[in-house]
Design a protein around this ligand. Structure first.
Ligand SMILES: *Cc1c(COP(=O)(O)O)cnc(C)c1O
Length: 471
């Protein structure tokens, strides 16, 4: 393709991107078509002949845009999803244009050097042990997996077993201790590692979903041999934090490796008036945290952080005769993939764009907005906020004065109505035996006015659903 044609296409997609983004604030927050309609739109035989790029882009946009969720929108509170801010998006576009295979430092020195520096920035911002190694992975699922692989190798190495060489057959048993409400993806990581999703010791949690120090100590006291303990910074419904100082003390007294799943919650450490929530988590041995949630990088972006860099590298090292070695940091030695995107650039760009102050201000603002949302909703007589809103998550129970089964059914219908109305987007969950509305305030674009408008939309959908049910 010649330079003129390429320029025309890139200008065209820049225009499309701007047109898409500038309409997000007032656009419906749910996708405008169903899955079946999206399938029908894409349904076609393998094309026999290629077509011109400009035409192809036009077709892609036409087929795609009706089925896109408004995740950039300022009132998107579903799951825990960042808004892909322009700095990260721009760096990501260039990353594609540069076409680097990010595996090896000799092949592409700037990729590795940028990741190394950005990794140090992350340790500074999150105030984690500065000697830790950082792997740039796709998401917290894989960050947790990577950290737990390092944990598995190290706790077995300490009892004379080389898991990297000899696997788990015949190995000493490894105990895994975690809270009853650990995130589902932590169990996925345990499955991939041969540790088993069910072969775990679960510690009872309190009404915020948090482990209690006494319960944790009791659970771990009964165990002998290699132990991996997993705690959580940012419970998926309550946003709460496990009591890390006590957990770390009890874990280390038993020689356990302590991992923290901090997919979004770890960012509380960047904000002086929220940092107390994560007190003591710096005592852990590894941490998984996302960029594509609170830091607003494009997907996919997360960080596997391990205090013992050698344990990290032993677990992930990829060696081959055709890969140059040397003292340099090879990105592939800290993540599960060899060939991959140079995703460190987008993280570097987001940190440059916001700065320490900007990140802290954003986290503070989201936490205040979550409290505001909680206050607005609980002003309605039969709406109750079930969690202490310490962070950005609000767990809302509709029909607090109703029979449970009836409230659950109406809650599901109210969520569907809120999504249909499209002013904002919220998801549901089942927590403490009840259907809840789950609200995550984490988009860089959310203003206080968006919170008020969304609270009004949620309340009026709830009233309408009760009214429809009464008739
Ligand atoms: C989102 C999340 C994960 C999984 O992260 P992905 O980036 O989706 O892979 C793990 N743990 C917690 C607490 C989360 O919120």
């Amino acid at each position: 393709m010649n330079a003129e044609d390429l320029r025309a296409v890139l200008h065209d997609i820049a225009d499309r991107a701007v047109a898409f983004r500038e309409t997000r604030a007032e656009a419906t927050h749910r996708p405008l078509c169903s899955y079946a309609e999206a399938q029908a739109a894409f349904n076609a035989a393998v094309p026999e002949h290629g077509i011109a790029l400009q035409e192809l882009i036009r077709e892609l946009a036409t087929l795609t845009e009706p089925g896109l969720a408004n995740m950039v929108g300022p009132r998107f509170f579903g799951w825990v999803i960042g808004a892909t801010e322009p700095a990260g998006m721009a760096a990501d576009w260039l990353t594609s244009a540069w076409a680097q295979n990010a595996g090896n430092a000799h092949a592409t020195p700037t990729v590795s050097a940028c990741e190394e520096m950005t990794g140090r920035w992350l340790l500074d911002l999150l105030d984690l042990p500065r000697q830790s190694s950082v792997g740039f992975v796709t998401g917290a699922t894989i960050a947790n997996f990577t950290c737990l692989a390092a944990a598995r190798g190290e706790v077995l190495r300490r009892v004379g077993w080389d898991a990297e060489a000899d696997g788990l057959f015949g190995a000493p048993l490894v105990h895994v201790v975690l809270g009853e409400e650990a995130h589902s993806t932590v169990f996925s990581g345990l499955r991939y590692l041969g540790l088993g999703a069910k072969r775990v010791v679960t510690v009872p949690v309190n009404e915020q979903g948090l482990m209690q120090p006494g319960e944790f100590a009791k659970a771990i006291a009964k165990l002998d041999g290699p132990i991996i303990a997993i705690a959580q910074a940012g419970h998926i419904n309550s946003g709460g934090f496990d009591p890390f100082t006590e957990i770390a003390e009890a874990a280390h007294a038993k020689g356990a490796w302590l991992h923290v799943d901090g997919a979004f919650g770890l960012w509380a450490r960047t904000c002086p008036d929220r940092a107390h929530l994560g007190r003591g988590l710096e005592l852990a041995d590894s941490w998984g945290v996302d960029g594509h949630k609170w830091l607003q990088t494009p997907h996919d972006s997360a960080y596997a952080i391990v205090r013992d860099a050698e344990a990290h590298r032993r677990a992930m090292l990829i060696a081959a005769s055709y890969l140059p070695e040397g003292k340099e940091r090879h990105p592939a030695d800290y993540v599960p993939e060899l060939s991959r995107r140079a995703r460190g650039f987008a993280t570097w760009a987001m940190i440059k764009s916001l700065g320490r102050e900007g990140i802290a201000a954003m986290v503070r603002r989201h936490c205040a907005q979550a409290r505001r949302m909680g206050e607005r909703l609980s002003a309605e007589s039969d709406i109750e906020v079930m969690n202490d809103v310490v962070l950005n998550q609000v767990a809302v129970r509709l029909g607090a004065d109703m029979d449970g089964a009836k409230a659950d059914a109406l809650t599901d219908r109210a969520i569907a109505r809120i999504q249909r109305d499209g002013v904002c987007f919220v998801g549901g969950a089942n927590w403490r035996g009840r259907q809840i509305v789950r609200i995550s305030v984490i988009s860089a674009n959310t203003t206080d006015a968006d919170i008020d408008r969304s609270a009004d939309a949620i309340i009026s959908a709830w009233r309408a659903e009760k009214h429809a049910n009464a008739n």
